[in-house]
Design a protein around this ligand. Sequence first.
Ligand SMILES: N[C@@H](CCC(=O)N[C@@H](CS)C(=O)NCC(=O)O)C(=O)O
Length: 258
Amino acid sequence: MLTVYGQGASQPSRAVLWLLLMKGFEFEFCDVRIDQFGPSGALARIQPTGQVPSIEDGDFVLCEMPAIMAYLCDKHGWDDLYPRDLQARAYVDQYLHAHHERTRRVMVELMAPHVTVAFMDFLEGRGGDDLLERARRPDKLERGQARVRQIFRLIEAAYLRGTPFLCTEQPSIADIACYEELAQLTWARLFDFDEFPVLSRWLEAMSRLPGHEAAHAYNVTLGDIASQPNTIERFLAANAAAVEAISRAGIKTRHLGD
Ligand SMILES: N[C@@H](CCC(=O)N[C@@H](CS)C(=O)NCC(=O)O)C(=O)O
């Protein structure tokens, strides 16, 4: 049985979970709390970086969301989402290699500063000084929005020029990875995509793919964190809702350490 170690709040975890839910694949979801993250946390006993997502497939352990999704697609023949054709695959890889340092900035610049206001005390002294600095800024919404606008312009120009999905006619694991960074801003009311009609159409098309609802219960439950600052209670309730939704989809769930 495949085990996915993850958390509803984690964008790369949701990407892996959505892929599996989309494919109706049987797996076990192990929910990891933030105090179990990192190289000295409980998850590090299974995977040394202690980061989510991580998977355990028999005695094979793997981390890094794009590597996990590529592995799962290759193993199970999901060629629709990770094409075998050399050039079609190269386009998917092209996006995924840029994802970490480009699209992932959406989380760093706008989402995380609004989520982590709920647990600043926990982050204090744990090395997240840049994040703490961003979360404390009174202009974090406007500043974050200005930063993500640049990323969105580039995504439209580089990947959605003439194709409905990222460089392709049909969705791939690149779209799944990208969606998790962008779509979270709409539920959180941190960004209005109306000024980006091409991205808006893409977001709408992605939201119609199977498994979408079960994979995004965290975001729905967390809701608006722009006008109503996040609290630890909301954060925990949203993560609990993610586990419940995955369980309702017929997937076995547990918490790390239980
Ligand atoms: N490059 C990794 C990023 C994974 C990542 O940032 N995971 C976060 C949660 S979203 C995490 O585990 N943070 C805890 C830590 O780094 O100690 C991927 O794509 O999977």
